[in-house]
Ligand binder design. Structure first.
Ligand code: SF4
Ligand code: SF4
Length: 240
């Protein structure tokens, strides 16, 4: 935030071109599609959590589903962390850097866990929590995720499809959403959605989504009806 006003402007970003290009890409996708493009598809620590969680799920390690009321309270932590870092950063970049250690990226991704023990233990503890609660860190603690959620609050395109039956009559997608971003009314909370697309797989699954199953059954019944009427039609034609 302070970079455009520094002298020379944007110098800090241009020293790291890849980061700069990535930043522009994230800014654009954030306003077009929301936070999930980065959090769900680009964040390396997110990928690490997801991979480790998938590995233990394959080993049948039981998963813990955070009760909705608790989850909604815990969501606030990441916003508070983002506000704290941004607020402190306006006063002192050094202090903000220290506060930023709430993010385990440096430990896990930049220096491959080769750091002082407390940092390593912290990053490992977050990954361990993610083994039982998918994307634990992204959902409840990540200040970057919180900041992106606020910045991309109203994405230009709402491309995740919902049906009128969602929530009212069917809660399959809600149960399948790995981060609890679908509320009991069937509405997707885009601040929390990581755009994993699991709910879209359900939405288009003709063997899982009840309205599609009903539609398929109606079609089959009509086809069956047509078949059963064929002998009578043939008889009528013969008479004529
Ligand atoms: S399975 Fe189909 S009807 Fe059920 S919540 Fe998902 S999209 Fe809606
Ligand atoms: S299941 Fe749907 S609502 Fe949940 S995170 Fe994935 S895309 Fe978002």
């Amino acid at each position: 935030m302070r970079a455009p006003f520094s002298d020379p402007p944007l110098d800090a970003f241009l020293l790291d071109p890849l980061f700069f290009i990535l930043g522009i890409y994230i800014a654009i996708t954030l306003f077009v599609l929301g936070r999930g493009v980065f959090c769900g598809w680009l964040c390396p620590f997110g990928a690490l959590q997801e991979l480790s969680n998938k590995a233990v799920v394959l080993l049948r390690v039981p998963q813990f589903r955070v009760p909705r009321a608790v989850q909604e309270k815990l969501w606030a932590v990441k916003y508070l962390a983002a506000v704290a870092i941004l607020g402190v950063g306006l006063y002192s970049i050094d202090m903000a850097n220290q506060l930023e250690e709430i993010e385990p990226f440096k430990t896990a991704i930049n220096v491959y866990f080769l750091r002082e023990l407390p940092f390593v233990l912290y990053a490992v503890a977050l990954l361990a929590a993610g083994l039982f609660i998918e994307r634990f860190y992204c959902r409840f603690l990540c200040p970057l995720g919180g900041a992106l959620a606020v910045a991309g609050r109203v994405p230009m395109f709402q491309w995740l499809k919902r049906r009128p039956q969602c929530g009212a009559q069917c809660r399959i997608c809600e149960a399948d959403c790995p981060v609890g971003a679908i509320d009991p009314s069937g509405h997707i909370n885009m601040n929390e959605c990581l755009q994993c697309l699991d709910c879209q797989v359900d939405y288009y699954d003709a063997n899982k989504c009840p309205p599609l199953i009903a539609r398929k059954k109606r079609k089959e019944a009509r086809a069956q009806e047509g078949l059963s009427l064929q002998p009578q039609l043939a008889a009528v034609k013969a008479d004529v």
